[in-house]
Write a protein that binds this ligand. Structure first.
Ligand code: AHR
Length: 500
């Protein structure tokens, strides 16, 4: 099979948006406790943050991190997590049937984001709480001082306001599993009124309305329309969530998961633009794809704890090579949609559905999915180019007929570097891939990297943390004005090309 990707440095989709490389820290399982935070761990700093995890978070390249949930936020009282630790209440977290100690809360998270060098994305509880509590949280977090709530933050040892810009108006309010789940009409009203309240305090915030928690939701589409009709002038983004898993041995469908994500973005954008057009508005609503990953949800349900315990092991799947190829492909799709996807969060960061794994008191290591994410975050730069792909197709049971390749390229005019990211979705056949480079000038292959393995189900573990790592691409070259490579079945590749 042969495929060609034609690129033109003058034909761009949008600048690469750093927020595409977001992550997610939820009070779920061991993401926080014994994940990012473990006082007493040999690498812990003075705040109890694991330095080994901080190093991996920086290497992963996440730019913005959503917090504190997720389903958790819909039953969360933010006040529980601030002030003297010994006075913080222990609560039941019904979302994950867990005991929440509240040892880690808003101010700890903000200190952690500063240590990690990332931007926070804060979610408010619109499940069991409402407008007032959201406004109180904003005042506590962002107001400089001179009011009871802002002075309380100062009394809690945080003199400077946190300056959090991006706020999510609840989480997955379309889902019947969500505490305080609402109809689209009910959610649209509370989201609009909360947005008004928050904007009365600070008109410059960036606000995210809840979109659908999946394209499979029965209310998908109608939900977005109803919510945006009420909130169009009040919010900047609408959220989208999607998780994928290998079902049976249908590798072709799994490898084509990003076709579903691409359709979701296209459909959400079309609905948002329709609402905008009917209002005669020039404003564009963007997509915050603030939860996405491979997630073996069936296994979570099977392993749900019976007892209420602190920080149980939830969704600590070891990701395979195949999972990593799919994650690479999902990120390619998000990057290609950078004109409308302005933020995206790999869910989650540590231990739970995670790129990074830890053991309490023990080591931290990179899961297979860490690698395509970190390489893309590091090397995608400048502008996303409009890809013109000619490729054979692949028939899949779940996503219909899709191009066999998923590809995107970025061009950094300053460093004159082209970065090409490509996934061969075919589980069985290699693809001969060509990228003509004459439009760029004299080109040299600076780096070619592949993630593929004879054992697609190989994983990284505590004992073998580097079993799955990217390697030098064995079959790639730049010759006669073109990049040529043979893409192995079920593989992720990255090519960096320097142009004179
Ligand atoms: O990321 C895990 C869970 O997935 C989140 O809590 C929820 O928002 C989604 O359903």
């Amino acid at each position: 099979m042969y495929a060609t990707l034609r690129l033109d440095p003058a034909s761009t989709v949008s600048p690469v948006r750093r927020r595409t490389f977001g992550g997610f820290v939820e009070h779920m399982g061991r993401c926080v406790y014994t994940g990012i935070y473990e006082p007493g761990h040999p690498t812990a700093d003075e705040h109890g943050f694991r330095r080994d995890v901080l190093d991996l978070v920086r290497e992963l390249g996440v730019t913005v991190v959503r917090y504190p949930g997720g389903n958790f936020v819909s039953g969360y009282r933010w006040e529980d997590g601030v002030g003297p630790r010994e006075q913080r209440p222990r609560r039941l977290d019904p979302a994950w049937r867990t005991i929440e100690t509240n040892e880690f809360g808003l101010n700890e998270f903000m200190a952690w984001t500063r240590a990690a060098g990332i931007e926070p994305m804060m979610a408010v509880n619109l499940g069991t709480r409402g407008i007032q509590e959201a406004m109180d949280l904003l005042e506590y977090a962002n107001h400089p001082g001179g009011t009871t709530l802002s002075d309380l933050r100062v009394a809690h040892g945080v003199p400077e306001p946190h300056g959090i810009r991006m706020w999510c108006l609840g989480n997955e309010m379309d889902g019947p599993w969500q505490l305080g789940h609402r109809t689209a009409e009910e959610y649209a009203r509370i989201a609009a009124e909360t947005a008004r309240g928050l904007r009365q305090i600070d008109p410059d915030l960036e606000l995210v309305a809840c979109g659908s928690s999946g394209r499979v939701m029965p209310t998908f589409g109608a939900w977005e329309r109803t919510v945006l009709e009420e909130t169009y002038d009040l919010v900047d983004h609408v959220s989208a969530h999607a998780y994928y898993q290998l079902e049976g041995d249908d590798q072709a469908s799994f490898l084509a998961s990003s076709a579903d994500m691409e359709a979701m973005v296209r459909e959400v954008v079309a609905i948002a633009d329709e609402v905008g057009a009917r209002r005669g508005s020039d404003k564009r609503i963007h997509v915050s794809f603030d939860e996405w990953n491979v997630w073996y949800l069936d296994r979570v349900r099977a392993a749900a704890p019976d007892e209420w315990v602190e920080a149980p092991r939830l969704s600590e799947d070891a990701y395979t090579v195949l999972d990593a190829v799919v994650v690479g492909s999902l990120l390619i799709t998000l990057l290609r949609a950078s004109d409308r996807v302005h933020a995206a969060c790999l869910a989650q960061l540590v231990n739970t559905i995670s790129a990074i794994r830890t053991e309490p008191g023990g080591p931290a290591w990179r899961q297979s999915i860490f690698h395509p994410f970190s390489l893309t975050a590091r090397h995608a730069a400048g502008d996303v180019l409009r890809p013109d792909l000619t490729a054979p197709t692949l028939d899949t049971a779940k996503h219909g007929t899709v191009p066999v390749l998923d590809a995107v390229a970025t061009w950094d005019a300053d460093s004159r570097r082209l970065a090409v990211f490509v996934v061969n979705r075919d589980p069985d056949e290699a693809v001969i891939f060509e990228v003509p480079l004459v439009a760029f000038g004299d080109a040299r292959l600076a780096q070619a990297t592949e993630l593929a393995d004879d054992d697609r189900f190989a994983c990284n573990t505590q004992d073998e943390p580097d079993r799955v790592v990217p390697h030098a691409h064995p079959r790639a070259a730049v010759t006669d004005g073109a990049l040529r490579a043979e893409l192995a079945p079920a593989s992720w590749s990255m090519f960096l090309v320097d142009v004179a």
